[in-house]
Design a protein around this ligand. Structure first.
Ligand SMILES: *Cc1c(COP(=O)(O)O)cnc(C)c1O
Length: 383
């Protein structure tokens, strides 16, 4: 099976994990802070907090901003469900902003219009959570300008976007947001098995995130609210969870991160090859170009909707692991029960109806890619 995405594990990665297995700490040891420092430096952020998944990271980011009942979070319908679920876990309401069909990201113009209406209705969001879909950076200048005008906080879902850049600024620097969340699931840009990271330039948010990922507990002498009762003493000051990353995972992350340049280069190369190879086919290719600083997590094409299902089945039958990213979140039964319907976000729905994700990962060979394209061509019945 040629998979749509897959990890790249080196002998050095295995040695790094092996070394932790033989060390004193499998968790809460030195590998986690080392990985946090490496990601913070890579992104140009002041702080980074490692967690056990990006989904946990999104939850904790919302909790750190004290999102709660009566509050609203807005995100893109074209994302994984975790981008919206984080608000629901806090008891807040979710709403969506339709995508710009050109970028497949939340549309800043529609965001502006929706904010204007929400201001009149008294339904402004506390948080807007843009998703850098497929690794293509959102227009953060436009979103940040609106956040100043309307007073919402911005959390970036950068699960697809480690190493992506916009106008020379790397996603994760938090230059235009409060926090940015990355995923290290094996299909993403680098992996720790499961894992995530929150970057921020706000020391108070870092402190809150560190507590929230570990039950709301601190041992930091300067942070204690009550009298220190001895060496064993700790305080639970808020209600958190156990969302800690292990040292086994962090060691893998530390070993993977230096290879991100090599991974991104190969992804870009393959994306440019797709661009050429698919040129004459009756489908829509992604509009973001390599020059945009896209991390190319996904290569998504849009087919005539009436052909999508048959093409998907034909490629799967040929052992090519195509996929669909994503079923719009508002069309999931859980969100329909909250009142959303087909027709609410037409651009997202139109994109979904034809969407197909083609294989793209650092180990994909030119020959495999040629086979994907040839099979796709046959499936679309082009001589
Ligand atoms: C993968 C993904 C997540 C969740 O990441 P996990 O690390 O698997 O929890 C969140 N948002 C988007 C856009 C994703 O693609």
């Amino acid at each position: 099976m040629i998979r749509y995405g897959c990890q790249s594990i080196s002998e050095e990665d295995i040695a790094a994990v092996d070394a932790v297995m033989r060390s004193d700490f499998l968790t809460q040891g030195p590998a986690v802070p080392a990985f946090e420092a490496a990601i913070a430096q890579f992104c140009g952020a002041e702080h980074a907090v490692a967690v056990n998944s990006a989904s946990s990271g999104l939850n904790l980011a919302c909790m750190a901003l004290e999102l709660g009942p009566g509050d609203r979070l807005w995100t893109s319908p074209v994302s994984f469900v975790a981008s919206a679920n984080c608000a629901r876990h806090c008891g807040a309401q979710v709403d969506f902003v339709d995508i710009d069909p050109a970028t497949l990201n939340l549309c800043p113009r529609q965001l502006a219009e929706k904010l204007e209406r929400a201001e009149r209705d008294g339904t402004l969001p506390r948080i807007v959570l843009p998703v850098h879909f497929a690794g293509a950076p959102c227009d953060m200048e436009a979103i940040a300008a609106l956040s100043e005008r309307y007073g919402f906080s911005v959390i970036e879902d950068a699960a697809h976007a480690l190493g992506a850049e916009h106008q020379g600024i790397r996603v994760g620097s938090c230059a235009k947001s409060r926090m940015t969340v990355f995923s290290f699931h094996p299909v993403k840009l680098i992996t720790t098995g499961e894992g995530g990271m929150i970057t921020t330039s706000d020391a108070e948010l870092e402190r809150r995130l560190q507590m929230l990922r570990s039950h709301g507990i601190t041992r930091e002498p300067s942070q204690l609210e009550q009298q220190d009762e001895g060496g064993w003493y700790y305080e639970q000051q808020m209600l958190g969870y156990n969302c800690r990353m292990t040292d086994i995972q962090a060691a893998l992350g530390c070993s993977q991160l230096p290879r991100i340049g090599e991974f991104l280069r190969r992804r870009r190369e393959l994306a440019e090859r797709y661009e050429r190879l698919l040129e004459d086919m009756p489908l829509r290719r992604p509009r973001f170009s390599a020059a945009d600083g896209c991390a190319w997590h996904l290569y998504v094409v849009q087919l005539p909707p009436q052909h999508r299902r048959a093409v998907y089945d034909a490629l799967r039958a040929a052992d090519i692991g195509v996929n669909v990213h994503y079923i719009p979140v508002h069309l999931q039964p859980y969100y329909r029960r909250l009142g959303f319907r087909r027709g609410d976000f037409p651009a997202s729905e139109a994109y979904y109806d034809g969407a197909l994700t083609l294989p793209l990962h650092p180990h994909l060979t030119d020959e495999q890619q040629d086979r994907v394209v040839a099979t796709l061509r046959r499936a679309l019945e082009i001589p």
